[in-house]
Design a protein around this ligand. Structure first.
Ligand code: RB5
Length: 152
């Protein structure tokens, strides 16, 4: 699997640790920045990662900022993205099984690297359940993109 990863300055330290987790699982990583602790704007990195997922150049995306919230808001504006903000192990599994999330967001200022690493492992190795009720709900979520795109 190819995983695109990005952060702002508030998530750059955790990003480096999560890259090692992804590599240790035998996956490929594409680092979309940022690569310094200077103040940057999280939407720029959400776009860089999500564009790769939407284009099929990455199978999944991971976004990290201080809280994970800004990244999640930005990512979920992009058609084709289902970004889950996850800070616990139960949600890491559930969002793959129920929501088929294709982008994971976490906050470096919210959780430690041990929990973040385990969330990453679970989220990457869990498949979508494919159950009809969940598939139907994901299709409804996708249909919102067309419904609200029609409004000015
Ligand atoms: C940056 O200070 C911080 O606002 C950002 O990392 C993130 O938490 C935004 O949601």
């Amino acid at each position: 699997m190819k995983v695109a990863i990005g952060s702002d300055h508030g998530g750059v330290r955790l990003k480096e640790e999560i890259k090692q987790v992804i590599l240790s699982m035998g996956h490929e990583v594409e680092d979309c920045g940022c690569n310094c602790t200077d103040s940057v704007d999280y939407p720029d990195y959400a776009i860089a990662v999500c564009d790769k997922v939407v284009a099929g150049q990455a199978d999944r995306g991971i976004l990290i900022c201080g809280t994970g919230i800004g990244m999640t808001i930005a990512a979920n504006k992009i058609p084709g993205i289902r970004c889950a903000l996850v800070h616990d192990l139960f949600s890491a599994k559930a969002t793959r099984e129920h929501n088929d999330s294709n982008v994971l967001a976490m906050g470096e200022r919210v959780i430690g690297s041990g929990v973040a690493s385990e969330i990453t492992r679970i989220w990457l190795e869990t498949g979508f359940s494919g159950e009809a009720r969940h598939a139907g709900r994901v299709e409804k979520v996708k249909s919102l993109e067309n419904k609200y795109a029609a409004h000015p």
